[in-house]
Design a protein around this ligand. Structure first.
Ligand SMILES: CC(C)(COP(=O)(O)OP(=O)(O)OC[C@H]1O[C@@H](n2cnc3c(N)ncnc32)[C@H](O)[C@@H]1OP(=O)(O)O)[C@@H](O)C(=O)NCCC(=O)NCCS
Length: 256
């Protein structure tokens, strides 16, 4: 595995006088890399291994492995003395990831995967967080953009049209991909997924802050979302609105 395929970051969170950390893992790995990794440093718990073996040959095998790999690496960032294969991540009744080890008490995990890229964030349950990522396709057809627009409110469309005009970074398809990740990440922190009416996930405002795009929600004003681009994907992290998140962004981007 090449060093530039994996990024581990410790995130520092502060809220009033309280300081906490979360751990972020971003990885780009092929199925072969992942299988080699399972031999070099087992990361699947026996229950996860049984589930993986039961999967038919399908993209789900790869997405399951990269999601679990990122989850375990992020968890080790929070719990350095725990073996990766001793921290099973089970699906809850809504598909949400649930940690099945007493050693993980007080810690939660959120994960995402798409096309050979994965990400996970391990965080203290006192500060709910969630992560989502989507690849930005420069070749996205107007039909795909229209499909996303069909799920947005008029106010959101007007806001994104304005952003597209105002900023080079946000032109083209990325801004439409971004808003989708911002909604999916909120739906994960709520544990509902997209099984709720889409207008409930409406964005109220968005703004740039350094390398990040930040936004808030109309119906969930206690949360905000912080997004950035990494290797052609938009990564969105939802966290409590009054919590400040610091990460070594330059270090993250300095990798080739
Ligand atoms: C949750 C959801 C938004 C994920 O978005 P996505 O772009 O499809 O997938 P991502 O790669 O970003 O995220 C997948 C991960 O989200 C997590 N997840 C799934 N459902 C979740 C939920 N309700 N709450 C929080 N996290 C959830 C899982 O860890 C999943 O990975 P895993 O299955 O490998 O463990 C989407 O799948 C959804 O809306 N699900 C609910 C509807 C549904 O399909 N339910 C099926 C069971 S009835």
């Amino acid at each position: 595995m090449r060093h530039d395929d994996l990024v581990l970051k410790s995130l520092s969170l502060s809220r009033k006088e309280t300081e906490m950390t979360a751990s972020l893992c971003l990885a780009r790995l092929s199925l072969d890399d992942l299988l080699a990794q399972t031999l070099a440093q087992p990361f699947l718990h026996p229950d996860e291994r049984d589930y993986y073996d039961s999967l038919p040959q399908s993209p789900r095998r790869e997405s399951y492995l990269i999601g679990r790999y990122c989850a375990k690496r992020a968890l080790v960032g929070r719990l350095p003395n725990t073996a990766m294969d001793a921290m099973p991540v089970y699906p809850g009744v809504f598909g949400q990831p649930v940690l099945g080890s007493a050693q993980c008490a007080g810690v939660q995990i959120s994960l995402t995967h798409c096309n050979g890229v994965g990400a996970a964030i391990a965080f203290d349950e006192r500060q709910p967080m969630a992560i989502d990522m989507e690849r930005v396709s420069p070749l996205a057809s107007p039909r795909q953009t229209e499909a996303i627009k069909a799920q947005l409110t008029n106010a959101e469309i007007a806001m994104l049209d304005y952003f597209g005009r105002d900023s080079q970074d946000c032109s083209g398809t990325w801004i439409w991909t971004w808003i989708w990740t911002a909604k999916e990440a909120l739906s994960k922190v709520l544990r509902t997924g997209l099984m709720i009416p889409m207008p409930l996930l409406e964005i109220s405002r968005a703004w740039h802050e350094g390398p990040y795009l930040l936004a808030e929600y109309v119906h969930f004003p206690q949360y905000k979302v912080m997004s950035f681009l990494w290797r052609g994907t938009v990564v969105s992290i939802v966290l409590p609105k009054r919590t400040t998140l610091r990460m070594d962004f330059d270090g993250l981007m300095a990798l080739p």
